[in-house]
Design a protein around this ligand. Structure first.
Ligand code: ZN
Length: 307
């Protein structure tokens, strides 16, 4: 079945992960919830969730990420799914594993996604710090118990909420991927994707010392990525990943406008690989075609890596 994700990274090779999940579900007709976004799709549209995972595996992804980005109690309870937080997490892992069993011809790891997004992406709607930490512990514990191989923290954009989520994820003793989102300001600074007043460097300085296994620059503007890679490299000697967004969000829907063509993503990725990036994939707006193109370019990406 080929190398595990750990062996791939330990060997210094390029690890291909999947592309956008929530946005791909939307593209395939799953309505996005105003409060929990794609968080309940595991319950409402399980077949589409499984098929999307299968398409990413067929495209060549060696790691797939569960559809639990919007599934913490913090998001599901106000959306009316408070009784189903456990069912959503267990169901999400089961669908991902079924997809592996159905189509994988290589070793595929399942990463459990956790975000720090508040309900409806409304920053005034966070739970109290104690309840928020409990919500992350619940999600991480359920994902671990359901058998994920690692936890992927996604859309980490500031330090307070993120440190709680990272603490909860680390408590599982599973490997934790720290996924930070960033963009470039008009004056050329690299800042948090959602908090223009927070420098990416500040975010990294607060969270990297907590002990993630991988640092991913994810859901980030493609134009910000070369500088972001340098900021991570100055602070982190472990594996670095990049999975960017493309298009734009008007909640709760993604606008598939000016999405980067797969061939152009490959061109960008060759530069990232040459700069030291070892994990590649896509976030919101990207589809299995993007992963297929990266997979086809793996010899060139490996060559760029060692150039
Ligand atoms: Zn995204």
């Amino acid at each position: 079945m080929g190398n595990s994700w750990r062996e791939t990274l330990d060997g210094g090779d390029v690890l291909l992960i999947d592309g956008g999940m929530g946005t791909e579900l939307q593209r395939r007709g799953v309505p996005m919830d105003k409060v929990a976004w794609s968080g309940a799709a595991v319950l409402t549209h399980p077949d589409i969730v499984r098929e999307t995972h299968e398409d990413y595996i067929r495209a060549g992804a060696k790691v797939i990420i569960t559809n639990t980005f919007g599934s913490t109690r913090q998001m599901l309870e106000p959306a009316g799914y408070g009784d189903q937080v456990e069912a959503v997490h267990r169901g999400a892992v089961k669908l991902a594993r079924q997809a592996c069993d159905n189509v994988a011809e290589h070793s595929v790891a399942v990463a459990g996604s956790i975000s720090t997004e508040p309900p409806g992406f409304d920053r005034d709607a966070f739970l109290s710090p104690e309840k928020e930490l409990e919500a992350y512990r619940e999600a991480a514990g359920l994902l671990a118990d359901a058998g994920v191989d690692l936890i992927a923290l996604e859309m980490i954009n500031e330090t307070n909420h993120a440190s709680r989520a990272l603490q909860a994820a680390l408590e599982t003793e599973l490997p934790v991927w720290l996924g930070v989102g960033c963009k470039k300001t008009n004056d050329g600074r690299i800042v948090s994707f959602d908090h223009t007043d927070m420098e990416l460097a500040t975010l990294l300085d607060a969270l990297i010392p907590m002990g993630p296994t991988v640092v991913n620059i994810m859901h980030s503007e493609i134009g910000a990525i070369p500088q972001a890679i340098e900021l991570v490299r100055e602070r982190w000697s472990g594996p670095i990943g990049v999975y960017p967004e493309s298009g734009y969000f008007t909640k709760p829907n993604w606008n598939f406008v000016d999405v980067i063509p797969p061939a152009d993503l490959v061109t960008e990725a060759l530069g990232w690989a040459a700069a030291g990036v070892r994990l590649l994939g896509g976030c919101c707006g990207t589809s299995p075609d993007h992963i297929k193109a990266l997979h086809a370019a793996m010899p060139e990406l490996e060559a760029a890596r060692s150039a």
